[in-house]
Design a binder for this molecule. Structure first.
Ligand code: CDP
Ligand code: CDP
Length: 211
């Protein structure tokens, strides 16, 4: 069993990279952001408060990792609510427990999020911290919306990216930061394939060491 931990801020490219790695090596992939989004959606759908930690924890414990689908969890309001409940220690404890269970699957797993290398899987064989400048990340989100046929305001998206960074990096419980032993991958001027090749070199070296 081998675990690959991939962390980074919003739109840094960690999800795309994780899916590519999972496909290449035949590993299971978990986008842990979806566990926070699913908890938030359950609260919103039930018309419950986003400020009650005990209620949010109950919802977090009911999240089924097998049924997570980004297309039904992608709404902006769900992302906002997810980022709010992600500051609650009881919610984090419940979701981290489920994520750790997932990380032990054979033959290997890739988990991406904010605290995988620091909290969820501190013993991961390879840890990557994927970054890109806020301008580049906002442009990626903008391009995604335009490519999907929607309309978008770059300035508003840029402000949103900065606000999300502040909340993720500033929270007391499990703030977003690179693990001490993480490899930094700045993708500001790097395409998806180049980022994958950099990751592959590190993973192949770790796999060789395990044999
Ligand atoms: O998972 P995360 O929010 O970190 O980002 P993502 O959904 O993987 O990537 C956000 C967008 O940036 C996607 O549309 C990717 O195709 C794009 N991207 C890119 O243009 N260049 C990269 N090196 C990585 C991602
Ligand atoms: O919405 P965005 O693309 O920025 O992030 P996401 O990966 O969909 O995750 C939604 C929210 O969950 C994020 O804003 C984080 O605050 C939170 N999250 C977290 O706290 N820890 C994780 N391991 C993953 C996500």
């Amino acid at each position: 069993m081998i675990t690959i931990a991939i962390d980074g801020p919003a739109a840094s490219g960690k999800g795309t990279l994780s899916r590519r790695i999972a496909e290449e090596y035949g590993f299971h992939h978990l986008d842990t952001g979806l566990t926070y989004r699913a908890t938030a959606k359950a609260l919103l759908d039930a018309g419950l408060s986003l400020d009650d930690e005990a209620v949010a924890e109950t919802m977090a414990r009911e999240v089924e990792l097998g049924g997570l689908d980004r297309s039904v969890l992608s709404a902006h309001a769900i992302g906002e609510a997810a980022s709010k409940i992600a500051v609650m220690p009881a919610v984090r404890r419940a979701l981290v427990e489920a994520q750790r269970g997932f990380s032990r699957k054979e033959p290997g797993t890739v988990l991406d999020g904010r605290d995988i290398g620091t909290v969820v899987c501190p013993d991961a064989a390879v840890k990557l911290y994927v970054t890109a400048s806020p301008e580049v990340r906002a442009k990626r989100r903008y391009d995604e919306i335009i490519a999907g046929g929607g309309t978008a305001d770059y300035g508003a998206i840029f402000e949103d990216v900065k606000k999300r960074d502040e909340r993720d990096m500033g929270r007391a419980d499990s703030p977003l930061k690179p693990a001490e032993d993480a490899h930094l991958l700045d993708t500001s001027e790097m395409g998806i394939e180049a980022a994958f090749q950099a990751a592959k070199t590190l993973i192949d070296a770790a796999l060789k060491e395990k044999i």
